[in-house]
Design a protein around this ligand. Sequence first.
Ligand code: NAD
Length: 362
Amino acid sequence: MTYKIAILPGDGIGPEIIAEAEKILSCLQTEFGLSLECEHAPVGGAGYEAAGHPLPAATLQLARASDAVLLGSVGGPRWDGLDRALRPEQGLLGLRAGLGLFANLRPAILYPQLAAASTLKPEVVSGLDIMIVRELTGGIYFGTPRGIRIREDGQREGFNTLIYSESEIERIGRCAFEIARKRARRLCSVDKANVLECTELWREVITGLGREEYKDVELSHMYVDNAAMQLVRRPKQFDVMVTTNMFGDILSDAAAMLTGSIGMLPSASLDSRGKGMYEPIHGSAPDIAGKGIANPLATILSVAMMLRYSLDAPALAVRIEHAVGKVLDDGLRTPDIASPGTRTVGTREMGDAVAGALRSGA
Ligand code: NAD
């Protein structure tokens, strides 16, 4: 079977890191017989420059027609002055909405070689491997009514609506249970059921799912304030966490920082049929764009996630992850993860090294 991949490099360091991920894609084809048909399209600021919109119609069409999307990053100061609807970040939101990507998967994995890069003590974080499953298309970020209005007493007030239907909760819950099944079979659902009715329903629905369909997964519940504390206190207690859009936004950034290296973390956003968009969690890093020093590993690890969740090739995903581990073992580091006793390399050399390690393991 030939898989169609939409490649959207985007802005800033996006094209630099995507070029390295493409070395991995071509190695998968030449060495491992994976059949891919890759097509490029502009998004973000590049989309605006090419077609006057951060998500050109042709880009969305290509993404829709593909089995998976590999995205670099979008944004940059050059486009900050544009109307909100034309800013690069709208390209990303448009893709999520246009493709129905309701589940955001963010692993926070600490490579043992990088334990010293975390701000937490090595014994607290070494061996860390958490998967945060965040609901991505609902909740307070999308709920209506919303806005800023003037009250009768003349004061302005801002308001938003936190809303989830049973089916939305069930859909993300099922996704998280399925992922937990493929890991250590432990799922922690994070809510604020003691204060918010919406998440009282969240807890009820997730509990029902666990009881009726996923008895083999150990389910626990945690209030979000406690979850934030536990993430920095004893993060290794978690296997898979599932939560709402806003709580997931905040907790996944905290979890990412436990690993100390924004340039290392991939992500996946999935629809209900396994189609997904894969991207590093970091942005377009305008401060280092064009310097050839960006860390391409988060993007390369996003390719591994793509193989696991959209291309049905988990064994190849493991090979990529091992190749990254091998390169780190060899002491190669881009500047963001460099430490004494390691060899600092640029974006291209890092990509070449991972492709080489992948090839030699073929
Ligand atoms: P950022 O993630 O781009 O950068 C934060 C810091 O991390 C910078 O110092 C940067 O140099 C460093 N960094 C990021 N990725 C790196 C990598 N691969 N290797 C080495 N260092 C890396 O966040 P920001 O500066 O807040 O945002 C810059 C632009 O990116 C903004 O326009 C923002 O809107 C956009 N952004 C896009 C995405 C996305 O495309 N998914 C996500 C976040 C921010």
